[in-house]
Design a protein around this ligand. Structure first.
Ligand code: G
Ligand code: MN
Length: 261
C-alpha cells in the first residue's frame, strides 16, 4: 500500500499536479497579514496523505529537487500578481542542503518572477542543519548574501542545539506548534514558549509562533510580546486563486476582534 502511495505521489509530481497553498503569517501588533508560508498540496490525489509523507517519499525517490522547483515557480507566479510587499516563507528539506546548485536555482526563479529577495524567507529545520553544519553554513550564507532571510523551523522539536543559534546566521525562529496547545493553562508549555521568546529577542531573531488555534493562546502570546503568529485561528492554508481575497479580508479571528472593538 505504502509503495502504491509513493508511486502515485511521484507520478503526480511528474503530471504537474502539485499545488502551493498559502497560510497567513500575522503581525499580532498591526493585525495585518505580513507574510505567507507556502505549503505543498496534491489536490487530485485519491488518498489524503500528509505533506510530511510526500516530502519523505520525494526525498527517497530523488524527486525532491523537481518538486521544490515546481512549487516555488507556482508560488512565485501567484505572488508576482500581488503588489503589496507580502513576504513568502518557503520550506526546504534536509536532503536539499546537499544540492550545490539549489541556491542559484532558487535565486533565478525569484528573479524570473520579479520577487525581491528581501521578501523571501527560507525555512529550515534543526534536523536539516544538523546533518552537516558546514554545508548548511555555506548554503545559508549564499542565500543571506543575496538578501534572503533564514528561519529555523519547528524550533524546539529537533535537537534544539543552542550551538545552531550561536553559529548560524539566522533571522527568524519558528516556535513549534506542539508547545502552543493550551498554553494559558499548561504551565510547562507556557514556560517553554516564554523562554523561547526571550531567547529569540536576546539573539535579535524575530519569533513566529505556529499552530495558534484558540483565542486564549493568542491572548497569552500577545501579552508576552510575541510579534508574529500563524495558525488556524487566523487562517488555514488557501489556494493561489483565493489568496487575493484572503489578504483583502485579513486574519479571521482578528477581523472579528477589530470589528467588535
Ligand atoms: O513543519 P511546518 O511548521 O512547516 O508545518 C506546517 C504545518 O502545520 C502545515 O501542514 C500546516 O497545515 C499545519 N498547521 C498550520 N497551522 C496549524 C494549526 O493551527 N494547527 C494545526 N494542528 N496544524 C497547523
Ligand atoms: Mn515551515
Amino acid at each position: 500500500m505504502w509503495l502504491l502511495w509513493c508511486d502515485e505521489r511521484i507520478r503526480s509530481i511528474a503530471r504537474d499536479e502539485v499545488e502551493p497553498v498559502f497560510q497567513p503569517i500575522v503581525n499580532l501588533e498591526t493585525h495585518r497579514i505580513d507574510g505567507v508560508e507556502v505549503l505543498a498540496r496534491w489536490p487530485q490525489c485519491r488518498h489524503r496523505i500528509s505533506t510530511f509523507d510526500y516530502i519523505l517519499a520525494a526525498e527517497r525517490e530523488g524527486s525532491i529537487g523537481v518538486l521544490t522547483d515546481l512549487i516555488l515557480a507556482k508560488a512565485c507566479q501567484a505572488l508576482s500578481e500581488l503588489d503589496d510587499g507580502l513576504w513568502m516563507s518557503f520550506n526546504l528539506s534536509a536532503q536539499q542542503f546537499t544540492d550545490a546548485e539549489l541556491p542559484d536555482r532558487i535565486l533565478s526563479t525569484l528573479s524570473l518572477y520579479g520577487i525581491e529577495t528581501r521578501n523571501f524567507v527560507i525555512e529550515i529545520t534543526e534536523t536539516a542543519v544538523m546533518e552537516d553544519l558546514h554545508v548548511a553554513e555555506r548554503v545559508i550564507s549564499t542565500f543571506r548574501d543575496a538578501g534572503v532571510k533564514i528561519a529555523l523551523d519547528d524550533f524546539g522539536t529537533g535537537a534544539s542545539s543552542l550551538t545552531l543559534l550561536a553559529q548560524l546566521p539566522l533571522d527568524r525562529m519558528k516556535i513549534d506548534q506542539t508547545f502552543v496547545s493550551h498554553i494559558e493553562s499548561n504551565t510547562s508549555n507556557a514556560q517553554i514558549v516564554t523562554s523561547m521568546l526571550v531567547l529569540a529577542e536576546g539573539l535579535g531573531l524575530s519569533a513566529v509562533v505556529e499552530g495558534i488555534e484558540r483565542p486564549e493562546e493568542h491572548d497569552f502570546l500577545v501579552e508576552r510580546g510575541c510579534r508574529y503568529g500563524q495558525g488556524y485561528l487566523y487562517g488555514r492554508p488557501c489556494s493561489a486563486a483565493m489568496l487575493p481575497h484572503r489578504l483583502a479580508l485579513g486574519p479571521d479571528f482578528l477581523r472579528l476582534l477589530d470589528a467588535a472593538g
